[in-house]
Design a protein around this ligand. Structure first.
Ligand SMILES: Cc1cc2nc3c(=O)[nH]c(=O)nc-3n(C[C@H](O)[C@H](O)[C@H](O)COP(=O)(O)O)c2cc1C
Length: 335
């Protein structure tokens, strides 16, 4: 199949990624491992390994195993607050990883430079236009804007608004990918027409046939509607918790209890703010693992975006990408 109009609009993004289509599968902790990442890249998209809380040794193995499964380019997503960030960058460098995505906060001093010394391209996230400009000026090669419809950790602003704010200001000069709430090709076409170089999806790929997520995790996705994917609430104003969007269950309630417990430890001076926030992040990582790997969909965290209602069955990655491209092409042709 050929998709001339979509391919034309994606040309800059595809060239930047070294792929056929400028469609990234955003890193999803525990889900975006060797199997899903290689499947995405083999299908002409761009897979990204979620390093999450992995040690450098584990990341080393994951990259090597992904390489065995695909000769196509893929990226590695590193969380900026990881205590061994610079060792992880070294691992990427040793493997000649072509693209590193820095997520979870402002990149610490020297990190962007350290990645670029190895020749890799750096993708950054930015919650505000001012910060986006700064990061692109100081070495970021491309930007991902991610709206609050997305699964996982989210910002407060919807994708539709971010796109209107960022794309007219940045898309002419820079490669910008749009993420959050994209479930069909028509939406993808819309953002491409606004100047995006490509898109990033997570929720739509989480339950692909090649995803190792537990069958019960996948079933929860197939059953859920958009309104079931809710953002966590912050219970204590002193404890700034980055909201997480996940399917409503006992785990989302347990998170509220966890926040109250950590706030009490703060009150009693038993932890400082950094430690308090780390405890919250570890809570999520553990809860997500329980849902994805063990299939504990009651108290685990089933992170999912609002596009979850459009995920109704297990499908191979190649079919999902083909659908997105076909829907986009049909939409652009109708206009
Ligand atoms: C289960 C799950 C886990 C995620 N984990 C991460 C992560 O570890 N790091 C990250 O940068 N983004 C993470 N995300 C966000 C995705 O990379 C992606 O940007 C997002 O899913 C796009 O929005 P969508 O879900 O509406 O398609 C996660 C998303 C989901 C659904």
């Amino acid at each position: 199949m050929s998709y001339p109009k979509t391919t034309h609009l994606m040309a800059r993004g595809a060239e930047f990624l070294g792929t056929e289509h400028a469609i990234l599968c955003g890193a999803m902790s525990w889900v975006s491992e060797r199997n899903l990442v290689s499947a995405i890249s083999n299908a002409g998209g761009f897979g990204v390994i979620a390093c999450g809380a992995m040690t450098p040794e584990l990341l080393d193995t994951e990259i090597a195993e992904t390489r065995k499964r695909t000769a196509k380019p893929f990226g590695v997503n590193l969380i900026t607050m990881h205590p061994q960030l610079f060792e992880l960058i070294e691992v990427c460098k040793r493997h000649g990883v072509s693209h590193v995505v820095l997520a979870g906060g402002i990149p610490p001093k020297g990190s962007v430079e350290a990645i670029k010394v190895g020749g890799a391209k750096v993708l950054v996230f930015a919650p505000t236009l001012a910060l986006a400009k700064k990061l692109l000026r100081s070495g970021g090669d491309a930007l991902v804007i991610e709206g609050s419809e997305a699964g996982g950790h989210i910002g407060p602003v919807a994708t539709s608004v971010l796109a209107q704010e960022f794309l007219p200001a940045l898309a002419e000069e820079h490669v910008v990918f749009v993420a959050g709430g994209i479930g069909r090709g028509e939406a993808m076409a819309g953002y491409l027409e606004m100047g995006a170089s490509g898109v990033q999806l997570g929720t739509r790929f989480a339950c692909a046939s090649e995803s190792i997520a537990h069958p019960d995790f996948k079933k929860a996705f197939f059953r859920a509607n958009a309104r079931d994917a809710v953002a966590s609430v912050q219970v204590d104003p002193r404890l700034p918790v980055i909201p997480v969007r996940a399917l409503k269950n006992k785990g989302t309630e347990e998170f509220t209890a966890k926040q109250i417990e950590v706030a009490r430890l703060l009150d009693e001076g038993k932890v400082d703010m950094g430690e308090a926030q780390l405890q919250i992040e570890h809570f999520w990582a553990g809860a997500l693992r329980r849902a994805v790997i063990d299939g504990d969909v009651e108290s685990g965290s089933i992170m999912a975006g609002q596009s979850v209602g459009m995920v109704t069955k297990e499908e191979p990655v190649a079919d999902i990408i083909a659908q997105l491209m076909e829907e986009s092409e049909a939409a652009l042709t109708r206009r």
